[in-house]
Design a binder for this molecule. Structure first.
Ligand code: GLY
Ligand code: MN
Length: 462
């Protein structure tokens, strides 16, 4: 938790950007796994954490812009609760830690908002994503739950996105803490991976590192020899000599700030010549993309540059042919690089994605493309100092996608399908780092995790 002043200043800044009405912040509740008392690990809503700091369930807060009031709604724990959960802080104490004077019982929220609505005042809320909050808002506003997102307040969303996008020094420190955990996880993976082990045997240890450092993971671990499955959540395969394993993972600091790094490792500890050739293309795309990062440049342009680097490399390997600019404009490279170059990162690994990807990554100067591949680009707009983003190009051989494109004879002028067949079981390679946009350039965050071939091989064989 930051100082009370930090939260007070954040709320003051938000208030200065909006005119009138009531800003509603719904915290998250516990979420049952299989019966009400058996719950998933609690994760607070990130916007709630950003403005109100308290990482506990069953809280809500409002800022009344017209009356200048800030109220935290929550219930004191009963002795029965304490018998099961141990001593708990009082709401007043929690409120003081974030410089809030006014606290009220949780059940007052509904009547407070009802009264405001009845007197014709506007209640601004953010798009809810947890079902309990969708239902809560639906009941309050008399709107069908399926449509509730359509009533979220655009000015509120835009103000929060503008503010949370610019990371302060103390937020960068927290991201670096998440990256310290991430560093340890990656180095341990390099030491552990070897033929004959099951993915889960290594994955379990990696997950344990995050827990043992007082944090957790910022998203479900992606650790797979099937790196071509972009968000592969399974770890059931035995790792064999000659295969690659994609390790895409991020520590989450106790403060809930995220890290998100990917490294791709040869299971045997040594890349084959074929793997090296593809790896170097991805590495070249990643390092040149990072070099381009500075204020003012559109991330879409950096994405397209990375796509061109990949297309050129694949052309040199004989997998693609023709003019590189034409390939990229047509979207032919997306057979191998079907996702975006990166996303914003902060309290969420895909920062503020709950508020709407287009509000976070796009603006009036850049419209989201409908082209396969480019359509998945989460961040496209011009970069500003204070943005933290990921740079994560990849090359993948996705058998089902290859078959589909080949069957439809897509981009036969650019893609050498005969050659592609030779790589059918190659898997995938992704390399990812987290980067801060500075006043005149950029800084790669976290301790350097080897990504050069010899650096990775040296650790794997040590
Ligand atoms: N690291 C997973 C993702 O960025 O989607
Ligand atoms: Mn990522």
């Amino acid at each position: 938790m930051f100082s009370a002043q930090t939260y007070q200043q954040r709320r003051a800044q938000l208030k200065s950007k909006l005119d009138s009405g009531i800003l509603l912040f719904l915290g998250n509740e516990e979420s049952p796994m299989n019966y009400p008392a058996n719950v998933y690990p609690f994760r607070q809503d990130s916007t709630f954490l950003y403005y109100w700091g308290i990482d506990l369930p069953n809280l809500a807060a409002v800022i009344d812009l017209d009356e200048g009031r800030e109220i935290l709604f929550g219930d004191e724990f009963s002795v029965d609760d304490i018998v099961w959960m141990g001593p708990q802080p009082a709401i007043k104490e929690l409120a003081e830690q974030v410089s809030v004077q006014d606290t009220q019982p949780a059940d007052r929220l509904f009547s407070y908002l009802r009264k405001a609505l009845e007197s014709g005042r506007k209640v601004h809320f953010l798009p809810p994503y947890r079902h309990h909050n969708i239902l809560k808002l639906g009941n309050l506003l008399g709107i069908q739950p399926d449509f509730i997102k359509d009533y979220a307040s655009v000015p509120f969303i835009k103000a929060v996105v503008a503010q949370r996008s610019l990371k302060s020094e103390e937020e960068i420190d927290e991201i670096e803490k998440a990256l310290d955990i991430t560093y340890e996880i990656h180095i341990e993976a390099m030491r552990r991976v070897r033929p004959g082990l099951y993915e889960r045997e290594v994955a379990g240890i990696l997950q344990g590192i995050a827990m043992s450092r007082g944090g957790s993971l910022s998203f479900p671990l992606i650790f797979s020899i099937h790196g071509e499955i972009l968000h592969n959540p399974h770890q059931l395969n035995k790792m064999e000599k000659g295969q690659l394993v994609v390790n895409d993972c991020g520590g989450e600091a106790p403060s809930r700030y995220a890290g998100d790094i990917t490294r791709t490792l040869p299971v045997s500890g040594k890349f084959t010549e074929e793997q090296k050739a593809v790896y170097q293309i991805v590495l070249q795309a990643q390092t040149t993309a990072i070099e381009m990062i500075k204020p003012g440049i559109k991330y879409r342009d950096i994405h397209l540059h990375a796509a061109a680097t990949i297309a050129l490399g694949l052309k040199e390997l004989g997998l693609m042919r023709g003019n590189v600019d034409d390939m990229v404009e047509a979207g032919a490279h997306a057979l191998f690089f079907p996702h975006g170059l990166g996303h914003m990162m902060g309290l969420d690994v895909h920062d503020m994605e709950d508020l709407g990807e287009d509000y976070v990554g796009y603006d009036e100067t850049v419209e989201r493309s409908k082209q396969f591949g480019l359509a998945y680009l989460r961040l496209a707009k011009a970069l500003q100092p204070g943005f933290v983003l990921t740079v994560e190009p990849g090359i993948y051989f996705i058998p089902q996608l290859i078959d589909q494109w080949k069957q439809k004879s897509l981009f036969t002028e650019f893609i050498n399908y005969d050659k592609v067949e030779q790589y059918r079981n190659f898997g995938g390679i992704r390399i990812e780092d987290d980067v801060l946009v500075t006043d005149n350039g950029h800084r790669i965050l976290g301790k350097l995790i080897p990504k050069q071939i010899d650096g990775i091989e040296a650790i794997m064989q040590s």
